[in-house]
Design a protein around this ligand. Structure first.
Ligand code: PMT
Length: 404
């Protein structure tokens, strides 16, 4: 279920030209009846004064960690506890780097380390700073820790250049944090698979692959953000479950198949992002295999094709499969789209220098009957948002065409 609407928001403002837009956001949040506490970094005060934000927020604006007078009132730990949501607008490249490193070198970063409330960042910076691998790495790291990123948007920038790095408009930020999602995916049931499967050889060894689960977890989180009720069937990963998502942990392809088939009948949407082993060991040894002969053969048998089975149901949900390819990406992905009978397929290159398995970033070529779209390389959480935008379009179009 989507998280409840926050009534107490701690608004952080860091130092970029877009800091002036925090004033408009404060006005909009107060008009919604939200109680606000505002914290500014030193750099933010070069762009807008604490006095301006204080007048709009209707309360003191905090700027210093080591301020005995302010700490005698609500100290920073109390402030961190008070917040139901921490929202940083704008979040600069520097702030994101400090958060990713876990620094607590000013009041805002200290509060973010100390809070248990959800943290939402609205990044804004020059497009080259946003695209820099260091910023992309920090964005992916923060997203993997559960921080939600809103934007940035693409377009003309204050520096006279154009590209991704604009702050989302305050009204859009407000809508994303306060309004219940209304799109075609809101209230729908989604089943997502993610991660690798492990196919036992003996009680201590297994066959598996390089999937980290990041891509599938990011899709599950993005769907939950659109108001879908998401169940994530996950192979073994090091990731925590995304907020608002029910996770079912499995190990083998057969376990994943059983977990999916048990739930799929009531689902509107199925996303197969898991890297399911195509084969399993026919007869796993009951005891640890001993080293002996110079060669050892394993007899493998085919695993079920979970995605294919879901798409072949009499009343299938809308199905989005993935295709992991090392060569001839589009050709192989088109063949899988047809062979598995799915509604959409998201193809990614694996085994290269960028994207695919294990990495924090990825790029996708999405195909459906009569259409294709390229989603360029970016951190998996942002890529998942673009993929779910597309899913919303295609799923919405199909649902509209089926309405009596
Ligand atoms: O987890 P990450 O490290 O973030 O990496 C992401 C990813 C590369 C794993 C992901 O983006 C991806 O491509 N997932 C699908 C991997 C895969 O198994 O691709 P495939 O081309 O072999 O399979 C095609 C589709 O059939 C997939 O949707 C797969 O889930 C499904 N399948 C495959 C085999 C099988 N036995 N059952 C299936 O359901």
């Amino acid at each position: 279920m989507p998280p409840p609407r926050p009534t107490r928001i701690l608004l952080g403002v860091s130092g970029g030209i877009a800091a002036y837009k925090a004033a408009e956001l404060i006005r909009l949040l107060r008009a919604e009846g939200v109680e606000l506490r505002v914290v500014m970094t030193a750099a933010a005060q070069a762009f807008i004064t604490p006095l301006s934000l204080q007048a709009l927020a209707g309360g003191e604006v905090r700027c210093d960690l080591l301020d005995p007078r302010a700490e005698a009132g609500m100290d920073h730990i109390e402030l961190a506890r008070w917040a139901e949501l921490v929202l940083v607008v704008p979040a600069t490249a520097d702030l994101m780097a400090r958060l990713a490193a876990g620094l607590a070198d000013d009041l805002l970063t200290t509060l973010i380390l100390a809070t248990t409330a959800p943290v939402v960042l609205a990044p804004a910076m020059n497009h080259r700073m946003w695209r820099h691998p260091a910023t992309q790495h920090n964005a992916a790291l923060l997203a993997a820790r559960g921080v939600r990123l809103l934007g940035p948007a693409e377009g003309d920038q204050a520096c006279g250049e154009s590209g991704p790095g604009r702050l989302l408009e305050p009204a859009e930020i407000l809508a994303r944090i306060l309004r219940r999602p209304q799109g075609p995916l809101a209230g729908r049931r989604a089943l997502v698979t993610a991660g690798p499967t492990r196919e036992p050889i003996d009680p201590v060894r297994y066959l598996s692959n390089r999937s980290s689960g990041r891509m599938g977890y990011a899709v599950a989180a993005a769907l939950a953000g659109r108001g879908s009720r998401v169940v994530l069937v996950s192979g073994p990963t090091a990731l925590g479950p995304p907020a608002g998502v029910e996770r079912i942990a499995v190990e083998t392809a057969l376990e994943m198949q059983a977990a999916v088939l048990e739930r799929v009948a009531t689902c509107d949407l199925f996303v197969g992002a898991a890297a399911v082993a195509d084969y399993r060991v026919a007869d796993p040894a009951p005891e640890k295999l001993k080293k002996g002969a110079a060669e050892l053969g394993l007899r493998l048998v085919r695993n079920p094709d979970i995605l294919g089975e879901v798409a072949a149901l009499a009343r299938p949900p809308f199905t989005l499969g993935f295709a992991a390819e090392t060569e001839r990406l589009e050709e192989h992905a088109r063949a899988k789209l047809a062979a598995k009978g799915v509604d959409m397929i998201a193809a990614n290159r694996v085994g290269g220098e960028t994207g695919g398995f294990e990495r924090e970033e990825n790029a996708l070529l999405v195909l459906w009957r009569g259409g294709r779209r390229v989603l360029p390389l970016c951190p998996k959480p942002l890529l998942a948002e673009s993929l779910v935008d597309l899913l919303e379009e295609r799923f919405g179009a199909q649902a509209a065409s089926q309405d009596p």
